[in-house]
Design a protein around this ligand. Structure first.
Ligand SMILES: NC(=O)c1ccc[n+]([C@@H]2O[C@H](COP(=O)([O-])OP(=O)(O)OC[C@H]3O[C@@H](n4cnc5c(N)ncnc54)[C@H](O)[C@@H]3O)[C@@H](O)[C@H]2O)c1
Length: 267
């Protein structure tokens, strides 16, 4: 595994002092993003089903179910009461799930859509209210390479993430003239507790190498790499970028690899 750490000299423009709300901040990619934005000097607020982890750098924390509108609305109101504004929203709260459509229980369809798509909508909705008022903001939604192309058995997960990509583009259009940028990050497979749970489920271990090989770089991602892309999209360095779905995927979606590159002397 390549170590991708934070370089203390690196910083992105316009993140210092910004109030950044990160959902799913209790684990994996959301936790790494909260850490990165804190390093950049942002005032970070964690939202998650779970309580704040001991080591979090969040300025404040709210236990929230993103699929429940009352819960989300109350949390966003509390953030405004505490910090007066919301400058950045990054929506990492999400669940894995899916299965072939002919045998997919409707409850499973509803569960995954409720968190991954409706949860994204609800968090954006209630963060956009203060952003529209203050006429500024940056939203980074979290889709996936599985929101751009299909995967075996993906079904509802891919449908939800594909929905996130188009919701993102629509919000980019609707709010651009209010000085609010909206972009998505689309990670490849990144080693987090969710990844471990999926790869650890029955039979999946046999396919782990195949999944790794789909990433042209030849390895899975590190949470800090998704955090860096998210911080970039939140920052003034991305001031002319809106409506974009940024793959952070080590070449997963670049195209097919057959091994011909060995013949070309590129192995
Ligand atoms: N890890 C990957 O390979 C990968 C790849 C592409 C996209 N993603 C997406 O990135 C996001 C983060 O994934 P991760 O790998 O860090 O997962 P994770 O399971 O490590 O973290 C997800 C967090 O979301 C929280 N959460 C779940 N349901 C919630 C709810 N209803 N309300 C509030 N919080 C809730 C969990 O408590 C957890 O802290 C997800 O949206 C996931 O779909 C992950």
């Amino acid at each position: 595994m390549v170590e991708v750490g934070l370089d203390e000299h690196r910083s992105m423009r316009g993140l210092k002092g910004k109030v950044a709300v990160i959902t799913g901040a209790g684990s994996g990619l959301g936790a790494a993003t909260l850490h990165r934005l804190s390093e950049e000097g942002s005032i970070t607020v964690g939202l998650d089903l779970v309580p704040a982890p001991d080591e979090t750098r969040a300025a404040s924390w709210h236990q929230v179910d993103v699929s429940n509108e009352d819960s989300v609305a109350a949390a966003m109101k509390a953030v405004i009461a505490e910090h007066n504004r919301i400058d950045v929203l990054a929506t990492f709260a999400g669940v894995a799930g899916g299965g072939p459509v002919h045998s997919l229980a409707s409850q499973e369809w509803n569960r995954v859509l409720a968190v991954n798509l409706t949860g994204t909508f609800l968090c954006c909705k209630h963060a956009l209210v203060p952003m529209v008022e203050q006429e500024s903001g940056a939203i980074i939604t979290v889709a996936s390479v599985e929101g751009i192309e299909g995967t075996e058995g993906g079904s509802v997960y891919n449908a939800a993430k594909g929905g996130v990509v188009l919701l993102t583009k629509n919000m980019a259009i609707d709010y651009a003239r209010r000085n609010i940028r909206v972009n998505a990050v689309c990670p490849g497979f990144v080693e987090t507790p969710m990844f471990d749970a999926v790869m650890g489920s029955s039979g999946m271990a046999d396919y782990r190498d195949e999944y790794r090989n789909q990433h042209q770089i030849g390895r899975f991602g590190h949470p800090s790499e998704v955090a860096a892309a998210t911080a970039f999209l939140a920052s003034e360095d991305a001031s002319f970028i809106t409506g974009h779905a940024l793959v952070v995927d080590g070449g997963y979606t670049a195209g097919m690899r057959t091994g011909l590159s060995d013949l070309l002397g590129l192995s």
